[in-house]
Design a protein around this ligand. Structure first.
Ligand code: SPD
Length: 278
């Protein structure tokens, strides 16, 4: 029997999907994990009642989280992914043959397992021998690493509450800056610029206090309330317009959303954000 499932977003709006059946429901030591077969998006992952990703729409989010950094960073051999246990960002990062090592630090092993079973098109790249999966706290992991050991760091966290709150803080971003190579690039999801404007602006300010170059970009996220999302690149001195043509052409042959035209357009700032960000 189908039923409606609503996410209450920031206690100010609700966004709902029609669920045809429950594919998985479990509780880890960190959170409630559900995978629901929906009429619109196919299987979706829901953590503690918050929509995370859906097979029928995740390409927008994961391509925009990963490909702007992976097609512009000077080097992409050593990559760290913090979060992203569903596997979507893993798949996007490993599309690049230049990646030699991808270290994934995910807090909750049950998320990885549930997505491998019930969302195989998202969790499709875990078998790649370049992946090293560490189950643990990303903030602690990054804080313990030696300087300069990653070319790219991708942060695929949840909203800034509970276990994920640390992924938006200055200590975490300072630790990321320290373990990036001098020409390294950080890419992070940075919330809805419409419904989480305070979070978006605060994160831009925190990143701006740590990195010399900070560039937010925008795109669709159909499973999230308001439908628009932001991701941000940060670095010491990275030109986010300098797309590597060879890497980009390779991605365009398989991507569903990201391409070089979208890339250029996605960094355009709406007028009010331009004023607010100075
Ligand atoms: N409002 C939910 C934000 C979640 C962002 N991360 C989703 C993880 C997808 N890999």
């Amino acid at each position: 029997m189908a039923f409606w499932y609503d996410e209450v977003f920031e206690d100010r709006t609700r966004y709902g999907v029609k669920v045809e059946r429950v594919l998985f429901s479990g509780a880890s030591e960190y959170q409630k994990i559900e995978i629901l077969e929906t009429a619109q998006f196919g299987p979706i992952l829901v953590l503690d009642g918050v929509f995370m990703t859906g097979e029928g729409e995740e390409h927008f989010y994961h391509e925009m989280l990963v490909q702007p950094a992976m097609t512009t960073a000077p080097r992409i051999a050593r990559v760290l992914l913090v979060g992203g246990g569903d596997g979507g960002a893993v798949r996007e990062i490993l599309r690049h043959p230049e990646v030699e090592r991808l270290t994934v630090v995910e807090l909750d092993g049950m998320v990885v397992e549930a997505c491998r079973t019930h969302m195989p098109s998202v969790a499709s790249a875990w078998g790649d021998p370049r992946v090293e999966l560490v189950i643990g706290d990303g903030v602690v992991f990054v804080g313990d690493r030696e300087p300069g050991i990653f070319d790219v760091i991708v942060v695929d966290g949840c909203d800034p509450v509970g276990w994920s709150a640390g992924l938006y803080g200055e200590p975490f971003f300072r630790a990321c800056a320290r373990c990036l190579a001098a020409d390294g690039v950080l890419a992070a999801q940075t919330a809805s610029p419409i419904l989480q404007r305070e979070v978006f602006l605060a994160t831009q300010r925190v990143l701006g206090g740590v990195f010399a170059r900070v560039a937010p970009c925008f795109g669709p996220a159909p499973l999230y309330a308001s439908g628009q999302w932001s991701w941000t690149l940060a670095s010491r001195d990275h030109d986010h317009t300098a797309v590597d043509e060879r890497r980009a052409a390779r991605i365009e042959a398989v991507s569903r959303y990201w391409n070089r035209e979208i890339h250029r357009a996605a960094f355009a700032l709406p007028s009010d954000l331009k004023r607010l960000l100075g």
